[in-house]
Design a protein around this ligand. Structure first.
Ligand SMILES: N[C@@H](CCC(=O)N[C@@H](CS)C(=O)NCC(=O)O)C(=O)O
Length: 215
């Protein structure tokens, strides 16, 4: 049985969980938090979540995990069968994960965790995000899904990460860069919320937050 290790607040954990649920792949969730302990590093070399435990060993990096699942369960059609469509889905995922989320991640300390980021970082990330969001806008359709009329695996990435980009920029700069650029991620998320897999991911995230709140 596949074991998905991580926790329900992690967007990358939730991206993989969404894919597993969406395609009815049997799995078990194992609560693991990021850590630099040797006991963790033997499973996830950078101490990050998610990682997957399989009969053959551990695998980290959410996109490598999704690719592994697609190869292991070909009948589930995680990516489109058409090679061009599948490549465009991967392109969108790369934009969401790397160009948008990973860039916005530099702001999370101040946006979500009560810390501060330097003005230099704010300036650098503002420029980078403006550039990356403009590029994303050249390929993302939001009609209503990222690739167009049909839900695709790219929406698992979009669903868990676009809100973080919007909320982080709102918190740090006082304006939501995605909304400002005309990308209504709130409506997009609402559309995807119609899917049972998305509902489960969101309910579990909310339950995790509620349980972690000091009483
Ligand atoms: N590229 C990785 C990113 C994973 C990641 O950054 N996970 C976060 C939680 S959302 C984490 O473990 N952070 C702890 C750290 O960076 O040390 C993936 O796609 O799985």
């Amino acid at each position: 049985m596949i074991r998905l290790c991580g926790f329900a607040l992690s967007n990358y954990y939730n991206k993989v969980k969404f894919v597993l649920l969406e395609h009815d792949i049997e799995f078990e969730e194992v609560f693991v938090q990021p850590s630099q302990d040797e006991a963790m590093l033997v499973h996830s070399p950078l101490g990050k979540v998610p990682f997957l435990q399989t009969e053959e060993g551990d695998l980290c990096e959410s996109q490598c995990i999704v690719e592994y699942l697609a190869a292991r369960f070909p009948d589930k059609a995680i990516f489109s069968a058409d090679p061009w469509e599948a490549a465009k889905e991967r392109e969108l995922i790369m934009f969401v994960d790397v160009h948008l989320e990973l860039t916005a991640r530099n702001l999370y300390k101040e946006a979500f965790f009560g810390g501060t980021v330097t003005d230099a970082t704010k300036g650098r990330i503002e420029k980078l995000l403006a550039h990356h969001i403009a590029g994303f806008g050249r390929i993302a359709k939001f009609a209503p899904y990222l690739r167009g009329e049909r839900f695709s695996v790219a929406d698992a990435a979009g669903y868990v990460s676009l809100p973080l980009v919007g909320m982080a920029t709102q918190a740090v700069y006082g304006r939501d860069f995605l909304l400002d650029a005309g990308f209504d991620w709130k409506n997009y998320v609402k559309t995807i919320n119609g899917r049972p897999a998305a509902q489960r991911v969101t309910e579990d995230r909310k339950a995790y937050i509620a349980a972690s709140r000091p009483t």
